[in-house]
Design a protein around this ligand. Structure first.
Ligand code: DLL
Length: 433
């Protein structure tokens, strides 16, 4: 199903013509309204009239998170505060947050792109949708909220936390669509079971997940636990929040809302733009935003763009599941490792639960990766059985990662659960010498 079929299935040449028109406008807007961009573009010798083709985007310098921080809080806003009707900020844990502002038109565009991804996977005005993302400065909850409202779903704005109450609402309200991080969906399933429920006690049929990575294997676990169809959705507050891209029914990549966001892939280290189909860092230019437009933003997220036609009929490019963040990539003894690779392996092993944590330490000059996983049953008494599981995990990880890891089996339900994004990596390399 489509929310805006004409736009979502637009012929590529028409789409690219629209993108070019909008690119010119956004460059002009930034140049004229934001001193930061004015100076940057001048320095690079790019005036708005220099943009004649889409590939002329390459002359525009990248924008980074540091640029947003350096202009904290409102330095990159391109509309007067009078026109700003909403402010969000990133969930960053260190330093000042990155602050973004929306005009009324921005909010409308946001709701529209979210409405598209909800509709693409079958959500309708018949649905009862529980939003278990935290309401607040984080864009996840309000982003999904207004998109779902646009399509006419009945929204249960549960926010995150108080998991037993969440389960009660899911059950008593006959909720059909769950919106949360994938890790919280799994945790909720665990609590539901502890409360004595099975999936048949609920009416869930769809899960709109996102805000953190979710491998296909983990998605399968969530689907098995809840008996729903789970989809992946990507976005970030600097660009708008959720709605930048989302799965269609075929789940073979997330369609980027390309009439509003122009994606590129670059080599993280050199900054070179890569060929279509290569994997690298995603860079995005917002094409229509008024309050907080951003030119060539380096997302640090690693993915690949797929321009092959999709069976669903959408022509907008698909991006692969996020492989990891450039700064989440662990370099251990010279080998690049993404937590998502570890996750794929762990999810396939029967005796362990879906929660995990990676701890990196430095012993002398050697980095060591400890993989903490939970046993499913506490009463595995035989030491040899534990050893078999441990060896199995270790050897499968070695096959996939190419390095030896230290596998620690911990008590069931002992790793930390969060209602938001799971913290999978603890890097202690600067503390352990
Ligand atoms: O997480 C926006 C969002 C909310 C997207 C709800 C989807 C659903 P931030 O808090 O600014 O915004 O975090 C953005 O989260 O750069 C990625 O590293 C990560 N991320 C977001 N979606 C996905 C996803 C929201 N589907 C950062 N898969 C991004 C993997 C994701 N990582």
């Amino acid at each position: 199903m489509f929310w805006q079929k004409e736009i979502e299935t637009m012929k590529r040449p028409d789409l690219e013509a629209l993108q070019l028109e909008r690119l010119k406008q956004v460059v002009k807007r930034c140049y004229e309204n934001v001193p930061f961009y004015h100076n940057r573009l001048e320095k690079a010798g790019v005036t708005p009239d220099k943009i004649k083709t889409l590939s002329d985007i390459q002359y525009i310098p990248y924008t980074t998170k540091d640029d947003i921080r350096d202009t904290y809080p409102y330095g990159l806003f391109a509309a007067p505060m009078k026109q700003i009707v909403r402010i969000h900020a990133s969930s960053g844990t260190t330093g000042k947050p990155t602050v973004v502002g929306y005009t009324r038109a921005d909010l409308d565009m946001w709701a529209t792109v979210v409405a598209r991804l909800c509709t693409a996977v079958g959500a309708t005005d018949e649905d009862i949708a529980q939003i278990s993302f935290g309401y607040g400065l984080f864009t996840g909850a309000l982003g999904l909220h207004y998109g779902l409202e646009k399509i006419g779903a009945a929204i249960v704005p549960a926010s995150s936390g108080n998991t037993e109450k969440q389960i009660m609402l899911l059950k008593d309200f006959g909720v059909t669509t769950l919106i949360s991080t994938p890790s919280y969906a799994l945790y909720m399933a665990e609590v539901a079971r502890e409360m004595g429920y099975s999936k048949e006690d609920f009416s869930l049929k769809l899960g709109l997940f996102g805000s953190e990575g979710c491998t296909v294997e983990m998605r399968q676990k969530i689907e098995d636990e809840w008996g729903l169809f789970a989809t992946d959705n990507y976005g970030m507050s600097e660009l708008i929040g959720p709605g930048v891209s989302g799965d269609c029914e075929y789940r073979t990549g997330m369609h980027v809302a390309e009439d509003h966001f122009l994606p590129e892939i670059i080599d993280s280290a050199s900054g070179q733009v890569l060929e279509a189909g290569e994997t690298g860092e995603l860079v995005v230019t917002t094409l229509t935003k008024e309050g907080f437009p951003i030119l060539r933003y380096r997302t640090k997220d690693i993915t690949r763009l797929n321009y092959e036609p999709c069976r669903c009929g959408r022509t907008h490019v698909r991006m692969d599941k996020i492989k990891g963040r450039a700064d989440d990539m662990l370099k251990i003894r010279g080998v690049n490792i993404f937590p998502s690779q570890v996750e794929s392996v762990l999810m396939q092993i029967q005796q362990i639960g879906p929660q995990y944590q990676l701890v990196v330490r430095r012993h002398g000059f050697m980095d060591q990766l400890e993989v903490k996983v939970e046993l499913l049953e506490a009463n595995l008494e035989k030491y040899s059985e534990l050893e078999t599981i441990q060896n199995n995990v270790r050897s499968r990880l070695k096959t996939v990662l190419g390095i030896d890891t230290h596998v620690t089996l911990v008590e069931p339900k002992s790793l930390e659960r969060t209602a938001g994004k799971a913290k999978r990596v603890v890097d202690l390399r600067n503390e352990t010498k």
